[in-house]
Ligand binder design. Structure first.
Ligand code: G3P
Ligand code: CA
Length: 241
């Protein structure tokens, strides 16, 4: 299996997560792809932010879903991390797509569609993927597997991947059942048996979030892809083993 390095929320160890500087740094680190989180604003614009509220990663407060795109753009999404990033904004998915189109990077879009449920999220995200003709480079994942089924129904050509944090019984069969092509397990449940069986079935395993150098090495060597906050270290490990 292809052992790829995805920058988790961009190069989020050194830059404010899910922002353009974090994605640019990921590109410069030599990562193969980036991972980001998507939700909808009040006026249904897909924006890139992890938490349900803007409290932790901006100077504002309240739920993302209660902000219009214009209002969310006025927030500072950089200063909380470091004052050198003052004035950095929450990007729209469209802005990221425009930028990534000109790179070689793969893009894992995590649909943050648990609670609250954004009924139009799949549709809006798929429209952007098609608009930028990024079908071959995008992976859509979610902890909400209903969202993955809906994505597959609307866009059978796209790759979906099952995100999970607990032990799933025979996850390769479950993934196939819901039309997903890959498994994205949480590090503690990415046990050797899972990796071995999935590999024998040619089902990619991409593990989150892997920040320890030894674990990076072990998983990459075992043919797993990883999501890491620190792609620079992962790339240098892969380059030097
Ligand atoms: O997609 C992998 C990982 O990002 C899922 O967890 O909470 O970091 O979005 P979280
Ligand atoms: Ca994520």
């Amino acid at each position: 299996m292809e052992a790829l390095i995805f920058a988790h929320r961009g190069s989020s160890k050194t830059h404010p997560e899910n922002t353009m500087p974090a994605f640019q740094a990921a590109l410069e680190s030599g990562a193969d792809g980036i991972e980001l989180d998507v939700q909808l604003t009040k006026d249904h614009v897909p924006v890139v932010i992890h938490d349900l509220t803007v409290d932790r990663t901006t100077d504002g407060e309240g739920f993302v879903m209660n902000y219009t795109y214009k209002d969310i753009q006025s927030l500072d999404a950089g200063s909380w991390f470091d004052s050198t990033f003052e004035g950095i904004r929450i990007p729209s998915l469209e802005e990221v797509m425009k930028w990534i189109k000109g790179t070689h990077l793969k893009l894992n879009i995590e649909l943050k569609n648990g609670y609250p449920r954004f009924p139009e999220l799949e549709e809006k995200v798929i429209a952007l993927i098609r608009q930028f003709e990024m079908e071959e480079r995008v992976i859509l994942s979610s902890f909400n597997h209903y969202s993955l089924v809906e994505t597959k129904r609307l866009a059978p050509e796209l790759e979906t991947a099952v995100l999970f944090m607990e032990g799933l019984y025979e996850p390769w069969d479950y993934a196939e059942h819901i039309g997903a092509r890959a498994l994205h397990p949480y590090l503690p449940v990415a046990v050797p048996e899972l990796i071995q069986v999935a590999s024998s079935k040619n089902m990619p395993v991409r593990v989150f979030t892997v920040n320890g150098p030894e674990q990076m090495k072990q998983l990459l060597k075992a043919g797993c892809s990883i999501f890491t906050d620190d792609p620079e270290t992962a790339v240098s490990i892969r380059r030097n083993w």
